[in-house]
Ligand binder design. Structure first.
Ligand code: PLP
Length: 412
């Protein structure tokens, strides 16, 4: 029976699952910030560097040569071989490039594929939060049920085994972790990862491990989850070129998993994407072969900026842990008496600095804001001055929570 939609047309309703998806809280802030002048954005989670020139040139050359067709569904074999070599060199983990590596359109697509490959309707996925904003929607869109587990700054956002055990049910299929973490920058310690692997083994679960920031660790070596005892056969590793090589717009990522899992993901990919963009794959090949120097230089610059922003925020009185990786600081704003949403909105309107309220990243995020330091040092310094003066002014007036009416007016 046709239904009337709001505009009175004779149309059935849109998908309930899709309609009920919340709009990305990050996007909303970008939209507001993009309408304002003189904004310093610490909101965007992408490198401020252009892709290294040699990488761009490799893609231009391939286009000039007319290499503009689809590739194999799995992606260019040369690229898969390079990824396989790098995994082995860095982490001692060996994935067969013929059957265990799939080139995706970014980790974003890898997340979608893995959720659809693993889940039947009603299957549950345990997700430590705060976490990247796409994790829950990808699980929901695949018919699964995201089951959040809170982590917080009192123990540096480590996942507690006791909390995991409380959430597991007969419907639990997988645990989805991202480390280093967006938004907190926290790194899961080796002991925590071993506990997660043992937990997954005990309950027969898959581990989905988003390691897109693996090359952005500042105080020690990254631990690849699949390298831990018992992990390989149940782990799907997602990674990509966006962050390490400043290649967000090229849309190239990859999934590594044992053959049966990878084959199932590849089938979905072959119907819905066919193959990742060919110029992007050519660019990624160049990055994988010769991009190391640029990657190291960019990582060193992020590390310098980390000291700048973490030191600056702590001086202002916004307590901030030293993030071990990625390029996000996640200071506490509790001392201001504002919620994270109020803090971000008022800071944007009064000082034109865009940060993301921690509440959009799920449990454990409230009371914090995410500040990306993939932002030029000069701008970071200016942003710190503005945040400092905002907090100073707040401390001089008693803070009145905004009424919903005021909030709506401001957002229009
Ligand atoms: C943790 C995490 N995973 C995945 C992505 C998406 O990456 P890609 O550009 O490879 O799709 C991001 C982007 O911000 C991210 O922070």
């Amino acid at each position: 029976m046709p239904e009337k939609n709001i505009s009175g047309q004779n149309l059935k309703s849109l998908s309930k699952t899709a309609s009920e998806l919340p709009q990305s809280g990050i996007r909303r802030f970008f939209d507001i910030a993009s309408q304002m002048a003189n904004v310093i954005s610490l909101g965007v989670g992408e490198p401020d560097f252009a892709t290294p020139w040699t990488v761009r040139e490799a893609a231009i050359y391939s286009i000039e040569k007319g290499q503009t067709t689809y590739t194999s569904n799995l992606g260019l074999i040369e690229l898969r071989r390079e990824i396989s070599k790098l995994n082995f060199k860095r982490y001692g983990v060996e994935y067969n490039p013929d059957t265990e590596i799939l080139i995706t359109t970014g980790v974003a697509q890898g997340l979608d594929l893995v959720a659809r490959a693993l889940l039947d309707p009603g299957d549950e996925v345990i997700i430590p939060e705060p976490c990247f904003v796409s994790y829950k929607p990808c699980v929901s869109l695949a018919g699964g049920i995201p089951v959040p587990v809170e982590t917080n700054d009192t123990n540096n956002f480590q996942v507690s085994l006791a909390e995991l055990e409380k959430k597991v049910t007969p419907r639990t299929k997988a645990i989805l972790i991202g480390h280093p973490s967006n938004p907190t920058g926290a790194i899961l310690e080796r002991e925590t990862l071993i506990e997660i692997v043992n937990f997954a083994c005990k309950h027969g679960l898959y581990i989905i491990s988003d390691e897109i920031y693996d090359r952005l660790t500042f105080d020690g070596d990254h631990v690849m989850v699949a390298s831990l005892p018992g992990a390989f056969e149940r782990t799907i590793t997602l990674n990509g070129f966006s962050k390490t090589y400043a290649m967000t717009g090229w849309r190239i990522g990859y999934a590594c998993a044992p053959p049966e899992i990878l084959h199932t993901m590849m089938k979905i990919h072959s119907y819905t994407m066919l193959s990742a963009p060919t110029p992007g794959q050519k660019a990624a090949l160049e990055a994988a072969r010769r991009g190391e120097r640029d990657a190291v230089l960019m990582a060193a610059e992020y590390k310098r900026r980390r000291s700048l922003i973490v030191g600056g925020l702590n001086e202002i009185g916004l307590t901030c842990l030293n993030p071990g990786g990625a390029f996000y600081a996640f200071p506490s704003v509790r001392s201001t008496g504002l919620t994270s949403e109020q803090f971000a909105e008022q800071l944007l309107y009064s000082k034109q600095v865009a940060v993301v309220p921690g509440s959009v990243f799920g449990l454990g995020g409230e009371g914090h804001v995410r500040c990306s330091y993939a932002t030029d040092s000069k701008l970071l310094k200016e942003a710190l001055v503005r945040i400092g003066s905002f907090v100073d002014e707040l401390s001089k007036v008693s803070v009145q929570p905004q009424s919903p009416k005021q909030k709506t007016d401001q957002l229009v």
